[in-house]
Ligand binder design. Sequence first.
Ligand SMILES: Nc1ncnc2c1ncn2[C@@H]1O[C@H](COP(=O)(O)OP(=O)(O)O)[C@@H](O)[C@H]1O
Ligand SMILES: [Mg+2]
Length: 316
Amino acid sequence: MKDVILHIEHLSKTLGRREILHDISFDTYAGEVFGFLGPNGAGKTTTIKIAAGLLTLDEGEISIAGHDMRTQFEAAMAQVGGIVENPEFYKYLSGLENLRLYAAMRDGVTEERIREVVHLVGLDNRIRDKVGKYSLGMRQRLGVAQAILHRPRLLILDEPTNGLDPAGIKELRDILKSLAHNEGIGVMVSSHLMSEMELMCDRVGVIVRGQLQSVHPIDELIAATTPDRAEFLLRVNDPARATGLLSFLPEGALKMGEDGTLDLVLPMAGCDAALAKVNRALIMGGVSLYTVSKKENRKLEDVFIELTGEGGGQIA
Ligand SMILES: Nc1ncnc2c1ncn2[C@@H]1O[C@H](COP(=O)(O)OP(=O)(O)O)[C@@H](O)[C@H]1O
Ligand SMILES: [Mg+2]
């Protein structure tokens, strides 16, 4: 049986007069990175703040590592570590001094545990440097170290890669995966970027306008979005003649655009050989082939746009 770390059931939230979250239910498990994906304004931060105890839980149920947030709030909170806003540190103190200060406010965090978390986030070599000298990526990793000091079973991060450069994103991604896969922590990460989720997450829940649309294992999402057909655009000197020469193609495989560009759709299997045959037929028939370009494959991005409807609106 899967070890449920975060259990959310029928969560709704109204702020002012607006219902920001509507009937959200999902579980995240120990040892997985769960991605919470949605366009800006979808309700990711609101959900995360409620789960992290920063906003009140009005409607619905949440439990963390089996502790009900209503009836066992402190026990539940003891199992959560999070970065919701950018972590604040004392710039004139070292990373280590910052962690020690924070540890002093928590019960039972030993010097050994501090060393352990520093190692987990890969800051061993820089932990005695002043935080003022850290890159944003290093500060973010120090934030992760701080968030897991008390050994929470759930680590929640709200858009943690915002503002990081590609190298910083990769470092953080590797750390979060390792915390989940090697340390068994349940990691939940929100993002408005699919490409990021694809590389980091084991499962992804998609939230749009306060409603959870779907939850899928990432490989299922990728498989569902891997194309079985390839599409090419051909520019030729004589499109009508070309169409005649290519009449051996199956019905519907070739379409002529208004500008005379030919749109060719081939099954992915054997696509190279089929394309070679097309080329041969055109050239043998005296048609000049100016360019062949491959249309971009459908990616997770497209599925996201489909799921979110209306062209996905405010992604990125
Ligand atoms: N305190 C608040 N009062 C009223 N509306 C809010 C408040 N906080 C957020 N919202 C609205 O709730 C919606 C979801 O916000 P948020 O959870 O921050 O989305 P996300 O993190 O996915 O971008 C947005 O439309 C936002 O404007
Ligand atoms: Mg947000």
